[in-house]
Design a protein around this ligand. Structure first.
Ligand code: GAP
Length: 460
């Protein structure tokens, strides 16, 4: 993980937040290549799950909502983590996470909230900060970020930054079903920021207080048999697996699906999985949450708002739809994509290169264009001309710093699939350029007039 964090800073993917003011713990800014990568992941997700499907539409709902939304959703009462204090050094920790490291997720899930501190002491779990074992009882710590709306800092004006993008979808269910004339089953997708006042953020961008999610709420008819929800549930599992492997390039050996047992699962959920990724240094960590949430959320909003969120089918039957939820963390997915792409390779005697083997569609820069020599205007002019022609079609970079070898290394580190070099043969012989492939490092000559088609085909 250290190498990834260092590359991210050095090459402009992710910078420590508020750095010039001494930083802000666990806050991160996405640099020029980071934002390209993040946007490309979100674009690929949107294309897969919205553009290419007939049964999913998009939404962009507000981050600050009426606070009643979060009362109805259960977040105000139940979105709590067990906070324990170490009596030795006074640092605060998430008791459940400390237990999970020792006894695993399933056993931890069976321990009641009020027993967490006692169990930590019983199992002699040491404080990660000072190494002592002296824990307080756990207290409930609500993860919602409170803010005040308006000019007066008054309890009446309290609002919350959204703790998940999902609730924006539920509260717009009626607007969407009325305006889009969608027949069940249909889904609503949303990408955007979510905020949680995490007790123990960390591991780079894995757990932060401000992060991005890509969520879908897929509405189905109330099932009469288990098969009626299992079928779409399992179809979604296949679609999610395909997205992670085919679109993001995450390998099967780094992914696993962990089913929640009854203790861990929310009372309203009939089945829940965490899709986990094997993150370097950190081990298996949740990348994606997948659940059948029944009709819980819509019913909660019906109860609290008084609004009619029922659906009427063509036969006039009126009912509250049920919901399957694939919930992706965008920033956490970005970390998995970085980890999967990171390679250190031997290239000749005592020589190595770092290369980010992103899927071409995800790479921040698709094509880099170089003149062989910086001080030969004829080469620079031709390279500039090619660069300007390609730029409207692909994210491109022009580079004439240092020698070509150094430029290749830099482009390898940001994962650019193709480098195009203009040399004397281009000018004097056959109007062809060298195209170098990032992964194989092989070089081929391509005619300038065929370059656009060649790259478009390779970058598909
Ligand atoms: N609507 C369901 C929901 O929000 P979740 O499991 O709490 O479920 C879904 O979150 C995904 O959001 C997680 O799998 C993870 O990828 C991402 N996520 C959650 N908390 C996060 C945090 N503090 N930092 C970064 N990503 C987070």
């Amino acid at each position: 993980m250290e190498q990834i964090v260092s590359l991210c800073k050095r090459r402009g993917f992710v910078f420590p937040g508020s750095e010039i003011y001494g930083g802000m713990a666990n806050s991160w800014d996405y640099g020029p290549y980071g934002i390209e990568l993040k946007n490309n992941i979100a674009k690929s997700w949107w294309k897969t799950f919205v553009q290419e499907r007939d049964d999913v539409v998009g939404l962009d709902s507000a981050i600050i909502t009426n606070p009643k939304v979060w009362v109805a959703s259960g977040h105000v009462a139940n979105f709590n983590d067990p906070l324990v204090d170490c009596k030795g050094c006074k640092t605060r920790h998430r008791g459940d996470k400390l237990l999970e490291e020792k006894i695993g997720v399933d056993e931890t899930a069976a321990i009641p909230f009020e027993e967490v501190g006692k169990k930590l002491n019983e199992l002699k779990i040491v404080c990660p900060n000072c190494g002592k074992t002296d824990w307080t009882d756990a207290r409930k710590f609500n993860l919602l970020f409170e803010t005040q709306v308006g000019v007066l800092a008054d309890t009446k004006n309290i609002a919350y930054l959204r703790g998940e993008t999902a609730q924006g979808i539920f509260i717009n269910f009626k607007n969407i079903s009325n305006t889009m004339r969608k027949k069940l089953p249909f889904g609503v997708a949303q990408v955007g920021k979510a905020f949680r006042n995490e007790i123990t953020p960390g591991n780079f961008i894995f757990r932060t207080r401000e992060f991005e999610q890509m969520e879908i709420e897929y509405f189905i008819r109330p099932p009469k048999t288990e098969n009626e929800w299992r079928e779409p549930f399992e179809a979604w599992m296949e679609d999610i697996k395909r997205f992670f492997s085919d679109k993001l390039g995450l390998s099967d050996e780094n992914m696993r699906w962990r089913r929640h047992d009854e203790n861990e699962r929310s009372f309203y959920s009939k089945d829940t999985f965490d899709v986990e990724y094997l993150f370097p240094s950190l081990g298996w960590g949740e990348l994606h949450g997948f659940a059948y949430r029944t009709d819980y959320d819509l019913n909660q909003h019906i109860k609290h708002s008084g609004a009619d969120l029922t659906y009427v089918d063509d036969e006039g039957n009126k009912f509250v739809p049920h919901c399957i939820e694939p919930s992706f963390g965008l920033t956490r997915t970005l970390l998995a994509v970085l980890a999967e792409a990171y390679n250190e390779e031997e290239v000749g005697e005592n020589d190595t290169r770092i290369v980010m083997k992103f899927k071409p569609a995800l790479a921040p820069i698709k094509v880099a264009v170089f003149p062989l020599l910086k001080n030969k205007p004829v080469l620079v002019e031709k390279a500039q001309e090619i660069y300007k022609n390609l730029k409207p079609l692909f994210m491109c970079e022009f580079d004439d710093n240092g020698n070509v070898g150094k430029r290749y290394r830099r482009q390898d580190e940001i994962g650019t699939p193709f480098c195009v070099t203009v040399d004397f043969d281009t000018i004097e012989k056959d109007n062809s350029v060298t195209v170098r492939d990032r992964d194989s490092m092989e070089q081929v000559r391509v005619k300038v007039e065929e370059l656009e088609g060649y790259l478009a085909q390779k970058l598909q």
